[in-house]
Design a binder for this molecule. Structure first.
Ligand code: FE2
Ligand code: FE2
Length: 376
């Protein structure tokens, strides 16, 4: 054992050192201050302290040792001059582990040191076991985290591929969905930065990025002659077209019933069902108005309109982004939530970067407000 003896009497200290030195590494210190100074460097297993210390009451000494960073690792043995049992009991309250009464019987001292050493070794084994268990726990946590990230990345990719497949029937192999999720992310970030909607936090933005491409999933169930029609839809055809929002949401609802709740699926359902609602309540399928429309759907509504109008379709030409920007701003409070339109206006340059980098058609957009009828 590594032992510090704190005893300001040279003579009594020398006798203790001589008695323990053959089996232990022991150093005598003449004051509590010296002990505190050298404690970290020496790193004792046991501190033996004479209760007749001159520079500090022994109870304070015990408390300070136990309160120090090394306190959990050092066992304290008090050499007691107290005749009174009650006074000696106070050592324990102050943090001492044991005491030995003056005059010291050296065989008893050696036996006590041996017993304290045994306890100390047990404790060390427990610390080590605890340490390794913690290490193991951290490793497992890291592994689970890595696996979860892998699963999530695979899920997101699978979902995106399914969305692409569904979308490819309507708009070919264009980059509509890549733009939708990038535009949605920009709007989401801007609204988060502004603090407009408290429900927007990191998870919301991640879900929005991954769920927005599913907005038109239900279009897979719309017949070709309606989905691919070159020209305006009749009222009856449009009613069938509108069903894509309900069908998409119901499909995703089924997925959630099977796999259990996830914020991602819940948001996907909201977006699929409500991305054609209008802020003034004139949209479909439920005619929701204002803040009753799920926020993610309100965001996707703006970006979907922006992208649909700036893209060429079989039934319409593309409209120049500047003109579309004005159209969206004019529709604030009617089709769109004014707070979201403000965020859109603020980040219009970032929308343009994506518009340019993910552009589909080489054809020049028309510059006028040639709004295709019921393109949505
Ligand atoms: Fe849609
Ligand atoms: Fe769309």
């Amino acid at each position: 054992m590594r032992i510090i003896l704190v005893d300001n009497s040279l003579e009594s200290g020398r006798i203790i050192v001589e008695s323990l030195a053959p089996e232990h590494q022991i150093q005598q210190m003449m004051s509590s201050e010296e002990c505190f100074r050298k404690m970290v460097a020496f790193s004792p297993d046991i501190v033996i302290v004479n209760d007749l210390l001159e520079d500090m009451p022994v109870l304070d000494f015990c408390q300070r040792i136990k309160g120090s960073p090394l306190g959990d690792f050092a066992t304290i043995l008090v050499i007691s001059s107290q005749k009174n049992v009650e006074s000696r009991i106070q050592y324990y309250d102050a943090g001492a582990d044991d005491y030995i009464i003056q005059p010291i019987h050296h065989n008893e001292l050696r036996a006590k040191i041996q017993a304290l050493g045994r306890n100390r070794n047990q404790l060390e084994k427990l610390w080590l076991a605890h340490f390794y268990a913690n290490q193991q726990y951290d490793r497992m946590k890291e592994l689970v985290q890595k696996k979860s990230e892998e699963i999530e990345a695979t899920r997101n990719m699978t979902v995106f591929v399914i969305a692409k497949l569904a979308e490819s029937r309507a708009t070919g192999q264009g980059q509509h969905l890549e733009r939708i999720r990038d535009y949605s992310q920009i709007l989401g970030e801007e609204l988060y930065r502004r603090g407009t909607f408290p429900e927007i936090e990191r998870n919301f933005l991640v879900d929005l990025y991954n769920a927005s491409p599913l907005h038109d999933l239900g279009k897979v169930a719309i017949p070709d002659h309606i989905l691919l029609k070159e020209g305006p839809l009749t009222a009856e055809e449009f009613n069938i077209m509108k069903q894509h929002s309900v069908i998409g949401a119901e499909t995703l609802q089924l997925a959630m019933q099977q796999s259990g709740y996830s914020s991602f699926l819940a948001m996907s359902i909201d977006i699929a069902r409500h991305h054609h609602e209008r802020f003034d309540g004139q949209g479909y399928p439920d005619g929701l108005a204002g803040l009753d429309i799920p926020l993610a759907a309100q965001i996707v509504s703006v970006v979907d309109v922006f992208d649909a109008l700036t893209s060429q379709r079989v039934y319409k030409k593309a409209i120049a982004p500047d003109a579309v920007k004005i159209m969206i701003e004019q529709d604030t409070g009617r089709r769109f939530n004014p707070a979201i339109v403000r965020a859109f206006t603020k980040r219009f340059n970032d929308f343009m970067d994506i518009y340019v980098s993910h552009r589909d058609a080489p054809a020049e957009p028309v510059l006028t407000e040639e709004l295709a009828t019921e393109w949505w």
